[in-house]
Design a protein around this ligand. Structure first.
Ligand SMILES: Cc1ncc(COP(=O)(O)O)c(C=O)c1O
Length: 418
């Protein structure tokens, strides 16, 4: 427990909250405080009707004709919320599969309205909080984020007439910081590289702010909020299952909160327990050692990586290894050059976690005899024009010429998963 009532965190937070009505008592909450949310029964209790989901099927071939762009349109005008989900799936096998008997498909999650997969969870978590009475009229929504959840929360708040404050850290690209501001709320940029239990860690700032003013602030707590994973169990999982006509054999995704991986895999495994889920984790993240080497949380050592939005410095409460079978770890350079390949060969701009996922899917395709791998393209490359797609930045960071070949990558499998 930190006791810094007159310390730097107080000053840091006070500058964003005006005017303070009472003196603040600073209690930094440990990141270890988690909810027990690993219960697969959630799925059984909340079945999904396939007709609830609006799915757009993509062609499996590259088409240069404009008619090939979209095969499903809605009948009339829609509202902002209706733009979320129902994303097309593209066939990237010809570029990324190392085996002619393995297909690789990728869900275009960057097509969600705020530019990322996080639109699926933001509205879901906010609406659940309103419906349960935890988020009341007049309260301000507070969310710690690596950037995409912040933009999605901003959008979800805008459509509901709510105020928001989002907290990110200095690793976040300027494009993401600006987009979080654009919806009219406040953005706090905390330090990056501070330990996960430090009071100035962006996740702990959310908790501290909410602890001090629970009447007026509602904390989203995406890392421990079970509605995060549930949103994927109810939308992404069913979409993937339907779009592949149940033929998916492997699901690959990176993890920050673990919502995408846990929630989607939980649905897919409920339909077919043989479907395997593989985490794509950047080198330096602690998730790898916790999953692969069973290193306990208190002994994990965090490294450095540049890919935004995936990999963690602590184990989030939403992530459940029960729904994960294997792991692949890629480096920054492989991810970023994969993004550039996707841009120049597919004409699609995606972010670093998409590059990591595609690289992992490619490695996996070389390790299995046959199958259908589905992965996600979580956000748009437009959010990283100043980084991944900027030659100067890539040179400065020393990535140029450092890409790993997918042929040389390895997959770790849980002993009962092979
Ligand atoms: C770009 C990007 N990819 C992937 C993820 C991981 O998603 P999840 O939090 O569901 O594990 C995030 C999360 O912030 C993200 O921003």
């Amino acid at each position: 427990m930190w006791n810094i009532s007159k310390g730097s965190l107080t000053l840091f937070i006070l500058q964003f909250i005006t005017p303070p009505t009472t003196p603040y008592r600073v209690v930094a909450t440990s990141h270890h405080a988690k909810m027990a949310i690993k219960d697969p029964k959630i799925l059984v209790e909340t079945p999904v009707k396939s007709e609830e989901i609006d799915i757009m099927h993509a062609t499996s071939r590259q088409s240069t004709s404009w008619q090939g762009v979209r095969t499903a349109v809605t009948d009339g005008p829609v509202c902002t919320n209706t733009l979320i989900g129902g994303t097309p799936m593209i066939d990237v096998s010809s570029i990324f599969s190392l085996n002619k008997d393995v297909k690789i498909y990728a869900k275009c999650e960057y097509m969600n309205p705020s530019g990322s997969i996080k639109d699926r969870i933001a509205g879901f978590m906010i609406q659940a909080a309103i419906d349960s009475g935890k988020l009341k009229k007049g309260m301000t929504v507070v969310a710690a984020t690596s950037g995409n959840t912040g933009a999605a929360i901003a959008m979800a708040c805008a459509v509901r007439g709510l105020k928001y404050i989002v907290i990110t850290n200095k690793k976040c690209s300027i494009e993401k910081i600006d987009s979080m501001k654009a919806y009219g709320g406040q953005v706090i940029v905390a330090k990056s590289g501070v330990p996960a239990d430090h009071p100035e860690h962006y996740q702990n700032i959310e908790q501290t702010m909410v602890d001090r003013d629970p009447e007026n602030l509602f904390g989203v707590n995406q890392y421990n909020n079970h509605d995060n994973a549930l949103a994927y169990t109810k939308t992404l999982g069913p979409e993937i299952y339907t779009q592949t006509k149940g033929m998916i054999t492997h699901f690959v995704a990176g993890s920050s909160t673990g919502g995408t991986l846990t929630g989607t895999s939980r649905y897919l495994k409920s339909k077919n327990p043989d479907i395997k889920a593989v985490i794509a984790d950047p080198k330096g993240s602690v998730l790898w050692d916790n999953f692969v080497n069973n290193v306990p949380e208190e002994d994990l050592k965090v490294g450095k990586w540049e890919i935004e939005g995936v990999g963690k410095d602590s184990i989030p409460g939403v992530l459940s290894w029960d729904f994960v079978d294997g792991a692949q770890n890629g480096d920054d350079a492989s991810s970023f050059f994969t993004c550039r390949k996707v841009a120049s060969e597919l004409g699609i701009l995606v972010g670093g976690s998409s590059g990591l996922n595609l690289h992992a899917a490619s490695v996996l395709s070389g390790k299995i005899k046959k199958g259908m791998i589905v992965t996600v393209l979580p956000d748009s490359g437009i959010k990283y024009l100043s980084k991944i797609f900027n030659d100067e930045w890539m040179d400065k960071k020393g990535f140029t010429g450092k890409q790993q070949k997918a042929e040389n990558g390895q997959i770790f499998w849980k002993s009962n998963a092979k």
